[in-house]
Design a protein around this ligand. Structure first.
Ligand code: ARG
Ligand code: ZN
Length: 899
């Protein structure tokens, strides 16, 4: 059954107070609820009380103290309907649920003996009868009762107000959360947990207790998350004026979890992979992920919890904004330029592909069957880009004025995207009649827009005329896209570097004054289908032609169509004052060279075709990098690392008409070798410094030095494999930390170098009791870019350490194979597709959310050649003909489409 944004109506009843008693018993749990209802002032006087319930065993029901007879209420789907509620009253219910049998990991379930909950989006209805929708907010009082021995720790949201012993070795704890919240933010945890405790004093001087709960053996892996939490709390006070509002903030690590983490009020539940970190077991990437996810969930306390969403169509309101906030935070921790280009590379690889494929949808969808299917890259990442564009257009101060207004106007409310835009506009004196509808277009129109740039250089007048035009794909249900407001940051670059210029006329709709002065960096706002700007007094040397540096810092999430020649791009790689655009120019050059080689490989296809065997000729990119890279590796190693990361296959796939993954991979490797060749001596020098083997510190300089060493070794593996294998063996033997170990292992395995099998074995021996490290062991093998990774994955699924009930372990094999290993997954014989299809069917019977997510691997299928499309279509049709959860059915039928 589909629900539509346009059908929104207010709930018939509000909840004034929610009281729960959750009794954890040997083989079930019993949940008592006492809910005080009052008719919503805008609801019709005769509208019934409607509650949601799924998989509940109803034990008793009473209205105002009187037991309800069967005929007084009825079920309609998973809705409990009670017409006799009048205007107010108290409902008391008692239900039985089965946490141990809950393998969907939604609602109340058990993970390695630990009781925990996941309610967002609609899991609370699996715990008790409730108006389980985000626009019903109530203060909660929760009593948890459990066995003292197996569950010494009993947690729920808010402050603990009572605890004590009960008969029969049992005990209880009562928690009160004074902040009214929707049910999706409810959490309960019970089990045998150890705790790291710290303290934080807020800006206004209140002391907050911080606790991180984990299995006892993981307590040594909590320090980094704790430091990240404290840094996030301070940052949100300083950057957004947002202070924490309870006396206690708890984080619990659980090993069975469908996603990264969940921002339940005062009691976050985290996937272990997003909270545990220790140098011995966690890579630099892992440390950074912990830092950003801890921040993300903390920032939700305001953007999500204090101000929540009216309905699930508004999901981007909390997620897009919060991702933007966590990206800003991460940029402030290490390198801002590197943070930005990593975020953009991720967006362009994954979100652009989603927006161009069968799963494309607006940032604010208009309908859904299963909301869990809409926790997407488009909602999160494109949603964050919209927040970023608003920040760009309003400026940092204007944006802050806007968010202050948003938080003040909507505190304690369930808000909409319109409320957000109105607050930002109103705080900055914008005409809301124009402002809000215009920006809403970004939330309503699916597909990645394209901006075309044309430049007319009038040398005699030193004037550059820039014409920008925008277009958008017309997707089903959105036949006539309207022009979007597109912020375009530009600069001009001469043969020796940045140029000053004057923007002749002030442009309508741009931030005050931005474009009037002489400068090096301009912000244009493209708001019509086509517009023109004239830069005069361009300070370019005689005979030189300025090169346009467009969309600095990726000022809008668009495809850029600008026919600038290779030499111009090389100039940007060398001289652009914007670090992001130096990288972007290198990516564009690399893309061109890879696509040229891809075409050549097709032309020479078949045995020993000339193009396939030819030595890679150095290209423009190789030349440009040879000139600057060695110095850059010293001055800005983090950026240097990124300049050698060529565009991902996922991104490249979007640039070709027909995607042949092994051929595209081969083309990419060839260009990589050509780029690396001139740098061989530099790579050796870097490795000789031994930075990878120094003791671990989590600090920008150390991380950059390790990344550089890793890049150098990866490069060496292509150019001098034996030498690289020797160094990798040394890293493994010394193993000062997981960053060294993991990069060495991946290198040996992915390049199939001498000693790879022995290294895998030793690694397994050493780390078999560390679940997260073992996940990496599985992932490293499943992601080896070679056809027989399919057989490897098959074998891993049968490995004694494989556990199909742990999502992290499933993803370590299947997401790695299906998303991160195109060469194997798209094997021409279809064995990769067959493996994923069979696994999706099997997993769906237990865990629909996980299965539905995995189903996304087939989203790319329309880009493939006819033979591969036929193979995929066969699997899609076979799956759709069988029994499936609504989750997987919705995803697969959208992917399948018509025809
Ligand atoms: N709100 C969580 C976060 O982004 C994610 C919850 C995902 N829920 C889901 N049903 N997929 O922090
Ligand atoms: Zn979130």
């Amino acid at each position: 059954r589909k629900v539509y944004l346009k059908d929104y109506t207010v709930p018939n009843f509000r909840v004034l107070a929610t009281e729960l008693t959750v009794e954890l018993l040997a083989d079930c749990a019993e949940v008592g609820a006492r809910l005080t209802f009052s008719r919503h002032p805008e609801a019709p006087a005769d509208a019934p009380l409607v509650l949601s319930g799924a998989g509940l065993e109803l034990l008793s029901l009473a209205w105002n103290g009187r037991a309800l007879a069967d005929g007084e209420w009825h079920w309609a789907d998973e809705q409990w309907v009670f017409p006799g509620a009048g205007d107010e009253g108290v409902l008391e219910t008692r239900v039985r649920i089965r946490p141990d049998a809950n393998l969907a990991l939604e609602g109340l379930y058990r993970s390695h003996g630990l009781y925990c909950t996941q309610c967002e989006a609609e899991g609370f209805r699996k715990i008790t009868l409730y108006p389980d929708r985000p626009d019903v907010l109530a203060p909660f009082r929760v009593t948890v009762i459990g066995d003292k021995a197996s569950c010494p720790v009993l947690l729920a949201n808010g402050n603990c107000v009572a605890r004590g012993d009960l008969e029969g070795g049992r005990h209880f704890a009562t928690w009160e959360d004074p902040h009214p919240k929707p049910s999706y933010l409810f959490a309960l945890v019970a089990g045998d947990l150890a705790c790291l405790e710290d303290r934080f004093v807020t800006a206004s001087g209140r002391e907050v207790v911080l606790q991180i709960f984990t299995a006892p053996e993981d307590q040594d892996k909590c320090r980094h998350a704790m430091d990240s939490l404290k840094a996030s709390m301070r940052w949100d006070e300083e950057k957004y004026g947002c202070e924490y509002d309870l006396d206690i903030y708890m984080i619990v690590a659980v090993s069975h979890f469908n996603m990264g983490a969940m921002e339940n009020k005062g009691l976050n539940v985290f996937n272990t992979s997003c909270v545990l970190a220790h140098p011995a077991t966690t890579t630099d990437a892992g440390f950074q992920r912990v830092e950003s996810v801890v921040a993300h969930e903390y920032f939700h306390n305001w953007s999500g919890n204090r101000v929540t969403c009216r309905d699930w169509f508004q999901l981007c309101l909390k997620e897009g904004f919060t991702v933007f906030r966590d990206q800003q935070f991460s940029a402030d921790q290490l390198s801002a330029a590197v943070q930005r280009l990593e975020d953009v590379a991720f967006l362009r690889t994954h979100q652009f592909a989603e927006d161009a494929g069968p799963l494309a949808h607006p940032v604010r969808p208009e309908s859904f069957v299963e909301i869990n299917n809409f926790y997407t890259l488009t909602v999160y990442e494109k949603g964050a880009e919209i927040a970023r564009m608003l920040h760009t257009v309003l400026g940092a101060e204007g944006f802050r004025r806007g968010t202050d207004r948003y938080f003040a106007d909507n505190d304690g409310r369930a808000a909409t995207v319109e409320d957000f835009l109105d607050a930002l506009g109103a705080a900055n004196d914008r005409d809301l009649v124009d402002w809000t509808p215009r920006w809403l277009r970004w939330y309503r129109q699916p597909g990645t827009p394209t901006v075309r740039a044309q430049v007319d250089w009038r040398a005699d007048r030193r004037e550059l005329v820039l014409t920008l035009s925008q277009s958008q794909p017309a997707l089903a249900g959105h036949p006539q896209p309207e022009p979007l407001p597109v912020p375009v940051r530009v600069g001009l670059v001469g043969a020796e570097g940045e140029l000053t210029a004057r923007l002749a006329a002030r442009q309508e709709g741009t931030p005050d004054g931005t474009n009037e002065a002489t400068g090096r960096d301009f912000l244009l706002l493209l708001s019509e289908r086509e517009q023109q700007w004239t830069f005069s007094e361009v300070a370019v040397a005689a005979g030189d032609v300025p090169v346009l540096s467009l969309f600095r810092d990726f000022s809008a999430p668009v495809n850029i169509d600008y026919a600038c020649d290779d030499a111009d791009l090389a100039r940007l790689v060398r001289h652009d004052g914007n670090g992001f655009n130096r990288w972007a120019a290198a990516q564009t050059l690399a893309t061109r060279e890879i696509l040229a080689r891809y075409a050549a490989l097709a032309a020479g296809a078949g045995e020993g075709g000339p193009a396939a065997d030819a030595d890679p000729a150095p290209g423009v990119l190789a030349d440009a990098l040879a000139g600057i890279w060695p110095a850059l590796a010293d001055s800005d190693p983090a950026l240097a690392v990124k300049l050698l990361e060529l565009p991902s296959l996922g991104y490249l796939a979007e640039q070709v008409d027909v995607y042949d993954p092994p051929r595209l991979h081969a083309a990419r490797e060839a260009v990589l070798a050509a780029v690396l060749q001139p740098l061989l001596a530099t790579l050796r020098d870097i490795l000789a410094r031994g930075d990878m083997l120094r003791p671990y510190h989590y600090a920008a300089d150390d991380i950059a030095a390790r990344a550089l060493a890793r890049t150098a070794l990866d490069g060496l593996a292509l150019l001098a494999p034996d030498e690289a294998a020797g160094i990798a063996a040394e890293w493994l033997a010394t193993s000062p930390h997981m960053t060294a170990e993991q990069s060495a292992l991946t290198l040996l395995v992915h390049h199939r170098l001498a000693g790879a099998d022995a290294a895998l074995q030793r690694f397994h021996q050493r780390w078999r009791h560390e679940a997260l490290v073992l996940d990496q062991w599985f992932a490293t093998q499943a992601s080896r870019p070679a056809a027989d990774a399919v057989e490897a994955a098959q074998a891993l699924l049968a490995h004694p350490d494989f556990d199909a009930t742990v999502p992290n372990r499933v993803r370590a094999v299947l997401t790695q194979l299906g998303m991160n290993n195109p060469v194997a997954f798209h094997r021409a014989d279809g064995s990769g597709y067959a493996l994923l299809a069979a696994q999706i069917r099997e997993i769906d019977a237990r865990n629909p959310q996980l299965a539905s997510r995995l189903s996304g691997v087939f989203g790319i299928w329309r880009k493939l050649d006819a033979a591969r499309q036929t193979l995929v279509r066969g699997h899609l049709d076979a799956l759709l003909a069988g029994t499936l959860s609504p989750d997987v059915r919705e995803t697969l039928s959208r992917i399948r489409g018509e025809g």
